[in-house]
Design a protein around this ligand. Structure first.
Ligand code: BV8
Ligand code: ZN
Length: 249
């Protein structure tokens, strides 16, 4: 089928849906200038594998290195603007009010584009929390001048970014809501994820098992593609505005 026909079919599915779940990954923020995990991280981070840095062990071993990596990523996020994909998803929520966004991303670009009630499975890079057991939330205060992480004001342990690292459990309320939504939705729009990181990557399969239509937006094939009824093989910032235009026509 041509991409034009795919766009039409996707718009029809979305139009007819009672409950839409959107699952986004790093690909939806790519056109905002935030590198995806699978793309080589550029500059000094190219030699690191993100999965090596995004772990409690890495932070334990070398808090300064991990803190610097997040400072670099925070600078990218702070300069980033929502791209047409984030805007299109916020418009979808206005056209079809029963649309909830579940994101694996730790940036706030969905919210900046006007989306509400976004379920963040992996936390939020703009927030810090105590790495000790007081678990206190802390504002993102600047690192000490030598780049070591600041200390928790109440217990003195290092602060850490309030994100979920590999080997750590996801926030139970977010995961519970997302899992329920995957079972209840009749369409799941999966945008910009390689579908490699669990348990998030298991959500489309659960939706499919419960009879939902899966629509994937990704320029290349991913592990979701095999269960996608429609695969819009294009950049999200290009094709999602076209799906919205089709929905509106
Ligand atoms: C856990 C926050 C329970 C940090 C991240 C079951 C089976 C197998 C493995 C496991 C399993 N359960 C647990 C595991 C281990 C692990 C895991 O899944 N490992 C993988 C590597 C196999 N999972 C965990 O550890 C999770 N915890 O399960 O807890 C537990 C508890 C204790 C003990 C045991 C178990 C925690 C996972 C969360 C990790 N944290 N992020 C940070 O960001 O710094 S994950 C991180 O990587 C991101 O958040 C993101 O979710 C993920 C990257 O995935 P994507 O978003 O898909 O990005 P990616 O680069 O991969 O792909 C981008 C896609 O976009 C590409 O396909 C590309 O083609 C496409 N694209 C590019 N441009 C565009 C585009 N698409 C559209 N438009 C474009 N323009
Ligand atoms: Zn503390």
């Amino acid at each position: 089928m041509s991409i034009k026909q795919d766009i039409q079919q996707a718009a029809e599915r979305l139009q007819a849906a009672q409950q839409i779940a959107v699952l986004t990954g790093a690909g939806v923020s790519k056109e905002s200038g935030i590198p995806t995990f699978r793309d080589a991280m550029d500059g000094i981070w190219a030699k690191y594998d993100p999965a090596e840095l995004a772990t409690p062990e890495a932070f334990q071993r070398n808090p300064k290195l991990v803190w610097d990596w997040y400072t670099w990523r925070r600078s990218l996020v702070s300069q980033a603007q929502p791209n047409p994909a984030h805007v299109a998803l916020a418009q979808l929520q206005r056209i079809k009010s029963a649309t909830i966004i579940i994101t694996q991303n730790v940036d706030d670009l969905h919210e900046q584009a006007g989306s509400e009630d976004v379920i963040h499975l992996h936390g939020n890079i703009a927030r810090n929390r105590c790495s000790g057991d007081c678990g206190e939330e802390a504002p993102a205060i600047p690192a000490d001048d030598d780049g070591t992480p600041p200390r928790c004001p109440s217990c003195g342990a290092y602060l850490r970014p309030d994100v979920v690292w590999f080997g750590e459990s996801l926030p139970s309320d977010a995961l519970f809501r997302a899992a329920k939504l995957a079972e209840q939705c009749d369409v799941m729009l999966v945008v910009g994820t390689s579908g490699m990181v669990y348990p998030a990557a298991g959500l489309p399969a659960s939706a499919r098992k419960h009879g939902s239509h899966i629509i994937e937006v990704n320029p290349v094939a991913s592990s979701i593609s095999t269960i996608a009824e429609i695969h819009l093989q294009a950049a999200a910032g290009e094709v999602l505005p076209q799906v919205i235009a089709e929905l509106r026509s």
